[in-house]
Design a protein around this ligand. Structure first.
Ligand code: NZQ
Ligand code: ZN
Length: 380
């Protein structure tokens, strides 16, 4: 186990009807800016619950944070927040609304253009932020990361700022999710765990088992959720899987990869593919191209999650990659670029971008432009 320090300050508030707790979690003297996406919360009753809970608070609303939140939109929110002198933020939505609001919380205390903060990769001074999560996927409700896009340049970068002070997770709010978003949320959660697991063996038994617990739960509940998305217990487990998958718990003392994510972000930035879907396409390619380096852990994944125990070393790795891809397809997602009309021109552009940026992603720093190209060509 590697050395680490761990602290996660987010208060998790879980369960049916818990949105009503908002009134106690946000101090009465705060001026709150509530941020929303495109309007799903008006159709599923979440907006009414939030307004009801905060009926005694001073409130400003900001609407229109889009999937893959764009700096162009967030600049407007920062301007409004400064004008209104808000001193608390409440994000009501999925990862995009929460991520966008993390940038707003830093932008409110920054004099310059908020894109500077994204390029810098981090911000320390922030306005406190709470969340009401409506889509289990990103873990943004209990981590300090955010991913911000720029439409003008077709770029998408991660940036690190503040953990939410609290996050409210009511599984009932997920009943209205479109099936494709559920599929992408499960895929995103699955790959978050793989990025912190599919690296080296023997670093930590406890982290391995925690990670495997999340993976196994997802494999078990995914087909049941496809049958009935209105099952409270299933959606509660999905929500907890997503939160626990990227809140730092399974990362303690172990190596992390994240190269699949970095390639996936480029596919979203260039082609508009939904985040979780990009990962379902890229992950089998990463496993195959890095099969030598990741081989021992791929074998462990195969044995413990998919029951792959027969055959030679290479056969077991092939079968585990096949099972992983089959899991993504069982969610209703495609797993090749050509199925999405994406060709070599995009692969070449990603290779070029990675070369220009001089990146070396992955636990061993092996994923540069050439390796990214090999991974994407494998899943063409
Ligand atoms: O905008 P509205 O109308 O609310 O609709 C949204 C949106 O169209 C809809 N939706 C959300 N909750 C719903 C609902 N529709 C019906 N019922 C509900 N309960 O779903 C659509 C997608 O929402 P979005 O927030 O974009 O999805 P997600 O939560 O998957 O977030 C994706 C973003 O998070 C980033 C991704 O890159 C992407 O930009 N990530 C953030 C991470 C982090 N902060 O740690 C890590 C992840 O790896 C990821 O990169
Ligand atoms: Zn992700």
């Amino acid at each position: 186990m590697n050395n680490f320090s761990f602290q996660n300050p987010t208060k998790l508030i879980m369960g049916k009807g818990m949105i009503a707790q908002l009134s106690q979690e946000i101090p009465a003297d705060k001026k709150v800016m509530i941020t929303f996406g495109g309007g799903s919360v008006k159709k599923n009753g979440v907006y009414d619950q939030v307004k009801q809970a905060l009926s005694q608070h001073q409130i400003v609303e900001f609407w229109g944070i889009e999937p893959n939140p764009a700096i162009e939109t967030l600049r407007k929110a920062i301007e409004l927040g400064k004008q209104e002198k808000v001193d608390f933020l409440l994000a009501v939505g999925g990862g995009s609304v929460i991520d966008g609001t993390k940038l707003i919380s830093a932008g409110l205390l920054y004099e310059g253009d908020a894109w500077d903060l994204v390029k810098k990769g981090q911000a320390h001074d922030t306005v406190p932020l709470g969340t009401v999560l409506t889509l289990p996927a990103t873990g943004s409700e209990m981590n300090n990361g955010a991913v911000i896009s720029c439409h003008e340049t077709k770029e998408k970068y991660a940036f690190y700022a503040n953990y939410p002070v609290f996050s409210i997770l009511d599984p009932e709010v997920t009943f209205s999710l479109p099936a494709h978003q559920v599929a992408c949320g499960i895929s995103d959660t699955f790959v978050h765990v793989l990025e912190q697991y599919l690296t080296k063996t023997g670093e930590s038994r406890i982290m391995d088992r925690w990670a495997e617990g999340i993976l196994q739960t997802l494999v078990e509940i995914a087909p049941k959720i496809r049958e009935n998305q209105h099952d409270y217990q299933l959606m509660a487990d999905f929500m907890m899987a997503a939160t626990m998958g990227l809140n730092g718990f399974i990362a303690m003392g172990v190596s992390q990869d994240w190269s699949t994510h970095m390639i996936g972000h480029e596919l979203t930035a260039l082609c508009g593919l939904t985040h979780g879907h990009t990962l379902a396409i890229v992950m089998p390619g990463t496993m195959d191209v890095l099969r030598k380096e990741k081989g021992a852990k791929i074998m462990q994944l195969g044995e413990r999650i998919f029951g792959v125990v027969a055959g030679t070393h290479d056969m077991r790795i092939d079968e585990t990659i096949r099972k992983t891809e089959e899991f993504f397809r069982s969610l209703g997602l495609t797993t090749s670029l050509s199925e999405e009309g994406i060709g070599m021109d995009v692969i070449d552009e990603i290779e070029k971008r990675f070369n220009e940026r001089g990146v070396h992603f992955g636990e061993d720093g092996l994923v540069d432009g050439a390796t990214a190209k090999a991974i994407l060509t494998r899943v063409l």
